[in-house]
Design a protein around this ligand. Structure first.
Ligand SMILES: NC(=O)c1ccc[n+]([C@@H]2O[C@H](COP(=O)([O-])OP(=O)(O)OC[C@H]3O[C@@H](n4cnc5c(N)ncnc54)[C@H](O)[C@@H]3O)[C@@H](O)[C@H]2O)c1
Length: 285
């Protein structure tokens, strides 16, 4: 159902890879709500992924860009303003990747070049995006920028690895830049802390299916899925949230405020044996 919440607005959506991507759902909902948008992802993701199909469906231009490259980001903002016919009203940062996670390097055996990449792709890219947009004055007064994050920024989750550090930095950038961009241009910047969600990036998280099951049992409203997340992003892009900025907004069915639920406790009581690896060694996860 459409409420015309984004009627006449122009947006840029970073990070739609396939139809499981949260950014994919946001792009669809934004257009449904009356926005015109540009899509962007890495050149390889544009070539290998399904974003072309989304572009055709939504009549949205694709501007390939590596979000760690300031030059590429300049191109994204300049071209988007040109193609969409004016300054940008909303931006979604939906980008995350850890080479350490991919290469199965544990948190006490990190490769530091890979850590630098994790932070650059998953967090510093957000700063680069904001700084580039501000220098080009590409975001309209009252614009709204959202980045997606995870509760592992505040609390430790087995297997989330150096992505936890990246998310902490991402959330801090939203606050620090939110002050400056709000003060000078009335642009608001927030992060949405989403439930675990089965996507390409999500499936890289160790034990994602068990994590999702645990989160589902812990959350009074159950896990928020990608469609729910898209709805929340739309409200943050709309004029209904004009005074919300520099916030980390939990969108997780209540998970982040829970200590223990009856459903999770019942499940836990079914299996109290220690968790062991293939050699019988206890894992203190
Ligand atoms: N899936 C979850 O459980 C979950 C939970 C909370 C937050 N998030 C966050 O949501 C966001 C979107 O992830 P998703 O779950 O939809 O997975 P996804 O794999 O569909 O999206 C990740 C995107 O990042 C893009 N990307 C990677 N490196 C890039 C680069 N250098 N430049 C530009 N783009 C690049 C990928 O191409 C991909 O489109 C991420 O920030 C993720 O951390 C996901």
């Amino acid at each position: 159902m459409s409420y015309n919440l984004l009627k006449g607005k122009r947006g840029i959506v970073f990070g739609a890879l396939n139809n499981m991507s949260i950014a994919w759902k946001v792009a669809e909902r934004a257009v449904e709500e009356g926005a015109t948008i540009a899509l962007t992802n890495t050149p390889i993701a544009v070539r290998m992924g399904e974003v072309q199909a989304l572009s055709e469906k939504l009549n949205a231009p694709i501007i390939p860009a590596d979000a760690t490259s300031v030059q590429d980001l300049e191109e994204v903002f300049t071209k988007s303003v040109e193609l969409l016919g004016g300054k940008i009203d909303f931006v979604l940062h939906s980008i995350g990747m850890s080479p350490n996670v991919r290469k199965k390097r544990t948190y006490d055996d990190l490769d530091y070049d890979m850590l630098a990449k994790t932070l650059d792709i998953s967090a510093v890219s957000f700063h680069k995006m904001l700084q580039t947009a501000k220098k080009l004055d590409a975001i309209a007064e009252g614009g709204s920028v959202v980045a997606l994050t995870y509760v592992a920024a505040q609390r430790t989750f087995f297997g989330y690895n150096d992505m936890a550090d990246a998310k902490s930095l991402l959330e801090s950038i939203a606050r620090s830049f939110g002050y400056i961009y709000g003060r000078e241009k009335n642009v608001r910047i927030n992060t949405i802390s989403q439930s675990p969600t089965m996507t390409t990036a999500g499936s890289g998280v160790k034990g994602i299916d068990h994590l999702m099951d645990f989160a589902e049992k812990m959350s009074p409203l159950g896990n928020a899925n990608a469609d729910d997340c898209a709805d929340y992003c739309i409200t943050m892009f709309s004029d209904l949230t004009r005074k919300v900025t520099m916030q980390n907004l939990y969108h997780d069915g209540g998970f982040s405020s829970m200590g223990m639920s009856l459903r999770a406790m019942n499940q836990y009581s079914k299996g109290l044996e220690e968790y062991t690896d293939e050699n019988g060694k206890i894992i203190y996860g």
